[in-house]
Design a binder for this molecule. Structure first.
Ligand code: FE2
Ligand code: FE2
Length: 398
């Protein structure tokens, strides 16, 4: 382990926090916060002024409404199409799994025994895995931010909160499905007794307060390219936490992560289908949007996370996820390559000069990312161990 190469998140597109930070800062909420100086939550009610009262990470200059009105009309004309082609990827509530299906039943006689078994199984799982599972859970728990993000998109937003358009129905029902992910992971982690729930809960509160900066510009082209990428990224990452849970002998946890991954896959199918349709209607505009998103780099939804202590919490969490193979730079390149193939970018014809350049850019980007990653790995120094408040300040190798 000592010779392990350090992962440098800032060198990689997938984990980069905004690379061109400007002076535009995210709206801050000044919060009187209680942050324990000790690694134990048992003494965390000791009041201290944190070094940074809220997430101090800057966001990019805010670009808004970049899609011209005539193109927004495309989404109105796709209402019926979305009803027949996208809403079919939602599952009726009665057919959906619920978190309770995978957790000890609090009303049953065997509840305590089941909890005991869950805790026994979780003892076999190492801390670094828990850091990743907690990071994934926190990401899922910031769901209000993602519903907000979808409702920033022109032409598809839920205008009333109960809008009957296909786009609004999708967004609400998608959110309702996603809501089970954070619930299930949160309850599992609570019962495991392995993690500092209060620190985790604070991180969630900070994160929802900070929002996200996906740079999708109220533009549904950019928005749906972003969500296509993200759903696949979460499919990959939950799939890997499932695989590792199995390796650590916790088949129930493997099932939990696996069932979440299967939802993400279904969502990926829906979002990539929307973008496929955009490529059919407007290949030039869509390839420009795809290239634009990839040039900006797809920032992860939880990139503004903060726990009141670690100023580079997201970078550290990402580094552990990279080391354990839960979500890596290679995955980022693979997802990009998957989308290039899924949308048949290489076959697009009749593009403008700019469109041709965008096509070349996205088609050649994945190998370039892989080469950069190899070089970064070769240059990387020995990895330090970092304390994570989520596991009571125990140190984990990056
Ligand atoms: Fe999810
Ligand atoms: Fe998702």
């Amino acid at each position: 382990m000592a010779s392990r190469m350090a992962f440098r998140p800032q060198a990689l597109p997938c984990f980069s926090c905004p690379s061109k930070r400007r002076n535009a800062r995210s709206p801050r909420v000044s919060m009187a916060s209680t942050v324990g100086s000790s690694s134990s939550s048992a003494v965390s009610n000791k009041v201290e002024t944190p070094k940074k009262p809220f997430s101090q990470q800057d966001v990019h200059s805010q670009v808004t409404h970049s899609l011209p009105p005539q193109k927004i009309e495309i989404f109105k004309s796709l209402e019926d199409w979305a009803e027949n082609n996208i809403l079919v990827h939602l599952k009726p509530v009665e057919k959906c799994w619920q978190p309770q299906d995978f957790l000890p039943d609090p009303s049953s006689e065997g509840f305590y025994e089941e909890v005991k078994e869950l805790r026994e199984r979780s003892k076999e799982i190492p801390d670094d895995y828990f850091v990743c599972l907690v990071g994934d859970m926190i990401t899922e728990e910031a769901l209000p931010t993602y519903q907000t993000m979808l409702n920033t998109l022109d032409g598809v937003r839920d205008e009333t909160g109960a809008s009957p358009t296909s786009w609004a129905i999708w967004t609400r029902a998608w959110t309702a499905e996603e809501n089970r992910h954070g619930d299930l992971l949160n309850k599992y982690l609570y019962l495991s007794g392995r993690v500092d729930m209060k620190q985790i809960e604070k991180t969630i509160q900070y994160l929802i307060g900070s929002g996200m900066d996906p740079r999708t510009e109220n533009n549904p082209y950019l928005g749906f390219i972003y969500t296509s990428f993200q759903e696949r990224a979460t499919f990959v990452s939950h799939g890997n936490t499932a695989r590792l849970a199995k390796e650590h002998g916790d088949l129930k946890l493997a099932q939990i992560c696996g069932i979440i991954a299967s939802d993400e896959k279904r969502h990926e199918t829906a979002y990539t289908k929307i973008v496929e349709k955009l490529f059919e209607i407007d290949p030039n505009g869509t390839v420009l949007a795809f290239s634009d998103m990839m040039k900006k780099k797809i920032s992860m939804p939880a990139h503004l996370m903060y726990d009141g202590r670690d100023d580079n919490l997201f970078g550290h969490f990402s580094a552990v996820a990279q080391r354990l193979g839960i979500y890596t730079a290679k995955d980022y390149a693979d997802i990009l390559e998957f989308l290039v193939t899924r949308w048949k970018i290489g076959d697009l014809t009749g593009l403008s000069g700019e469109g041709n350049k965008a096509q070349d850019f996205v088609c050649t980007l994945a190998p370039r990312i892989r080469r950069l990653e190899e070089r970064a790995q070769a240059r990387a120094k020995q990895a330090p161990a970092i304390p994570f408040s989520w596991i009571y300040g125990r140190e984990v190798l990056l």
